[in-house]
Each structure stands twice: as structure tokens, then as C-alpha cells.
Design a protein around this ligand. Structure first.
Ligand code: NAD
Length: 443
């Protein structure tokens, strides 16, 4: 099938590459000229396991192309995906300007039937807005062309995006049109062989499904962080509690890790957006507001532990930071806990020596050159001359470090661990002051 994808970000690029891999002809359109030129040269703008060879192979075979020419994109595909960003507006609601801009572009250039598919995470009612926007623009052109708008939210996880798109758990499609249903079945047939994973529903339910999924996951994290704070104050160990509750199949072990707060481009913005949606309809979402508040508080935890250890005197201290991305296997630092920590440290007059396996360039792009941030080539180098180590991200190669090296390299044997990677008792035996999350010793 001929497919066009607007927006070559984490979602658009991965989805486009996977659709091309199974044989669809995909044109990717982005307004970012630099990104498009780089992609044509095989330079992939994001780190995502397996993505580089996948994009290169499909580009070389001609199944995927990259362009800034929106007209070409609109003319190409019967299926028009909108996968642009929906960042938070000033009040936290989702900013739809990019989505509506693409809708306008499609309306401007289309000359035959199109299925316009919202892949971006958009508030309930957005498909109606896109429908109205396109209809108005077509009327202004004096064009009478048939089109449908469908919702097809994306559930990929950064860090496992290629695998998730190749083998989705479910494909949610919101439409009330039989014609769209048939076309979407054909589009996704290569991903739907083992059993039927496609869940058709009405458009509004599909739009809400995406928010409900992310808010549920954010709630699980904030719930565990709340429990971890209680555990600390009550002298319990949250890691024991986690295993104790995870063994109940109604709860399960997935996604109940306590830590230094959730980040990324989705959970914070989607929880916020649903809170604003609720407020907009006169419903106060007590639960989601609390999920957000708990997360804000949790992100301050690392700094609070450092302040506790150093009696709130961090001026001229050097802190080693391991992990900058909001989670492992990605270079994405949007809303990462590391950023809250580093910015607090700078405010307190401390210096940061950081290492991340993939997010160093991103960190450089965000913060530029500054005297109080040194990006180090290895995790060991980040420790040189530092007063303490803070772990923000649970990258695999942080899990069994050389503790003797850490002990002899740091000025003080202090580790603040935002991901509970080590056993407190063993850390104590090794002579460290070890501050974890919800494990007794922390504040
Ligand atoms: P992103 O910021 O990585 O990419 C968005 C891209 O859209 C950018 O390259 C930007 O240049 C481009 N763009 C903006 N306006 C455009 C226009 N008018 N025409 C063409 N391109 C345009 O965003 P992302 O992380 O891929 O997220 C996209 C959407 O998918 C968001 O709504 C997000 O909430 C949702 N989503 C993201 C994830 C994730 O893990 N990142 C997962 C599921 C859903």
C-alpha cells in the first residue's frame, strides 16, 4: 500500500520503517530539513536499538523515502499518518498546532480519497477537529473530495520501539467507517498473523485508550514511589514489598519498580493533558493530579539525599552522575530525572561530571558548554575527583560496577541510587553511605 507519514520522530520514523520492511511504499515528510538530509545519508536522528540498519536497508531498497515536500507526500499515500509532536501547551493541555498544520497541508494538496490517521497522542475530540479542519479547507478550495479520519494511537516503548512495532501487543483503531476498517486491516495484515490483535472501536474511545494506558502506567509508578516513601519512614524495605505484592497475579511484577520518578516525552505530558481535559469538562481528577504531584516530589529525592548527606552544603562539590536518559536504551532526555537533579546541583553551586552510554550528545545539545557540566567518556572517568556518585538511569552496565574502584576514586564513599541497583547491606559492608529508594537508609 502507499503510505505517507508526517513527522519523522520516535513514532513516525519507527512506524514508517517497519511498514516499509513488510513491503508498503512509505514516504516520510518532515519540516526539519536537516533531519531529512541526514536520513538520506543514513544518519539516524535518534538512538533506538535495531533502527539504523532497518532504515538504511529500506531506504536503499527504495521502499522508504524522506522529504520536506509536503505536496509530494500528500499525493503519494492513500493512508496519511499524522505522527507529529503534541507537546504540552502553557496550561499543560496538548498543543494541537502541529497536528492541525498537517491536516491543513493534507487538505491543501489532496486530490483523491485519503484516510487521515491520527498516530500522535491527541485528546479526545481531536479527530472531530481534524475532520472539521480538513472539511473547511477543502470547502475553501471549492473541492469536493471524500476522506475519513481515524484514530490509531501508538503504544511503542522507547528503547524497544522497533520490536514493539514489529510485534505489537494490540493495534487500536478508532473508526466508524467500514471502508477505513477494510483498509486498516490490509495495512496491518502483516503484523496480525498469529492472532487478531486489531481492536476496532469508536474514535473517542480509541483516543482515550492511549491516555488511559499511559496514565495507568504512570499511576503504577507513582503508587510504588508513594509506598517507597512510606517504607522509608516505617523502616520497611520496598524491594521486599515489591516482590511480596508482585507475586499476586492480580498485581503482577511488571512496572512496579520504585525510583526517582518517571520522565520521557509521554507519561508527564499525557497525565498533565488528561488532567487538563478533565478540568475542561468540569471533572476534577483527584487521582491523576496526585500521580503528577507524587512524581514531582519524587524527582527531588536524589537532591534531597545529597543535601542530607552533605548538610545542604553542595557548593563547589563535584557530583558524578551515571545515566542521563529518562530510561535505558534511549538517548531521550525529555523530562528526565537527571535534568531535575543537575539543575538543582547547579543552583546549589555544585559541578556535574556525567556519563551516559547514549545520551551525551543530547545532553550537550540541551545544555551546551558550561563550566559546571563535564561530559565524561566513561562511567569510570565520571568518578575522577568527584565527591559522590548519583545513579539516575538503570543502564545494564551500571549494574555490577567495580566497587573497589568507586571506593578509591570518589572523595567520599557516597552513592545515591535512584534505581535501587544494589543491596543496601552489601553496600554497607563495602563501607559506602548508600542512599537508595525506600530501603531504610535514605531520608
Ligand atoms: P518527536 O518530537 O520525536 O517527532 C515529531 C516530528 O514531527 C519532528 O521531527 C518534527 O520536526 C515533525 N513535525 C512537526 N511539525 C510537522 C509538520 N507540520 N509536518 C511534518 N513534520 C512535522 O515526537 P515523537 O516522540 O515521535 O511523538 C509523536 C507523537 O506520538 C506525540 O503525540 C507523542 O505523544 C506520541 N507518542 C510518542 C511515543 C514515544 O515514545 N516517543 C510513544 C507513543 C506515542
Amino acid at each position: 500500500m502507499k503510505v505517507t507519514v508526517f513527522g519523522i520522530g520516535y513514532v513516525g520514523l519507527v512506524q514508517a520503517a517497519v511498514l516499509a520492511e513488510v513491503g508498503h511504499e512509505v514516504v516520510c515528510v518532515d519540516v526539519d530539513q536537516n533531519k531529512v538530509e541526514n536520513l538520506k545519508q543514513g544518519i539516524i536522528p535518534i538512538y533506538e536499538p535495531g533502527l539504523t540498519p532497518l532504515v538504511k536497508e529500506n531506504y536503499e531498497s527504495g521502499r522508504i523515502t524522506f522529504t520536506t515536500d509536503a505536496e509530494l507526500g500528500v499525493k503519494h499515500g492513500q493512508m496519511q499518518f499524522i505522527a507529529v509532536g503534541t507537546p504540552p501547551d502553557e496550561d499543560g493541555s496538548a498543543d494541537l498546532q502541529y497536528v492541525l498544520a498537517v491536516a491543513g497541508t493534507i487538505a491543501k494538496y489532496m486530490d483523491d480519497y485519503k484516510v487521515i490517521i491520527d498516530k500522535s497522542t491527541v485528546p479526545v475530540g481531536t479527530a472531530d477537529k481534524v475532520q472539521a479542519h480538513v472539511a473547511t479547507a477543502l470547502a475553501e478550495r471549492g473541492a469536493d473530495i471524500d476522506f475519513d479520519v481515524a484514530s490509531n494511537p501508538e503504544f511503542l516503548k522507547e528503547g524497544a520501539a522497533v520490536a514493539d512495532c514489529r510485534k505489537p501487543d494490540r493495534i487500536v483503531i478508532g473508526t466508524d467507517s467500514e471502508r477505513v476498517e477494510k483498509l486498516m486491516r490490509e495495512l496491518y495484515a502483516p503484523f496480525n498473523r498469529n492472532h487478531d490483535k486489531i481492536i476496532f472501536m469508536d474514535v473517542r474511545s480509541a483516543e482515550l485508550t492511549k491516555y488511559a494506558a499511559n496514565c495507568m502506567l504512570a499511576t503504577k509508578i507513582s503508587f510504588m514511589n508513594e509506598m517507597s516513601n512510606l517504607a522509608e519512614k516505617l523502616g520497611a524495605d520496598i524491594e521486599q514489598v515489591r516482590k511480596g505484592i508482585g507475586s499476586d497475579p492480580r498485581i503482577g511484577y511488571h512496572f512496579i519498580y520504585p525510583g526517582c520518578g518517571y520522565g520521557g516525552s509521554c507519561f508527564p505530558k499525557d497525565v498533565q493533558a488528561l488532567v487538563r481535559t478533565s478540568q475542561g469538562i468540569g471533572y476534577q481528577s483527584e487521582l491523576l493530579e496526585a500521580v503528577e504531584r507524587v512524581n514531582y516530589r519524587q524527582k527531588d529525592k536524589l537532591m534531597a539525599n545529597l543535601n542530607h548527606h552533605f548538610n545542604s552544603d553542595l557548593k563547589d562539590k563535584t557530583i558524578a552522575v551515571w545515566g542521563l536518559s529518562f530510561k535505558p536504551n534511549t538517548d531521550d532526555m525529555r523530562e528526565a530525572s537527571s535534568r531535575v537533579l543537575m539543575e538543582s546541583l547547579w543552583q546549589a553551586g555544585a559541578k556535574v561530571q556525567a556519563f551516559d552510554p547514549e545520551a551525551m550528545e543530547e545532553c550537550q545539545r540541551i545544555y551546551g558548554n558550561r563550566d559546571d557540566l563535564l561530559l565524561m567518556g566513561t562511567k569510570e572517568a565520571a568518578l575522577q575527583g568527584a565527591d559522590a556518585l548519583v545513579i539516575c538511569t538503570e543502564w545494564t552496565n551500571f549494574r555490577a560496577p567495580d566497587f573497589d574502584f568507586i571506593a578509591t576514586t570518589l572523595k567520599e564513599k557516597v552513592i545515591v541510587d535512584g534505581r535501587n541497583l544494589f543491596e543496601p547491606v552489601l553496600m554497607q559492608e563495602r563501607g559506602f553511605s548508600y542512599y537508595a529508594i525506600g530501603r531504610g537508609d535514605s531520608i
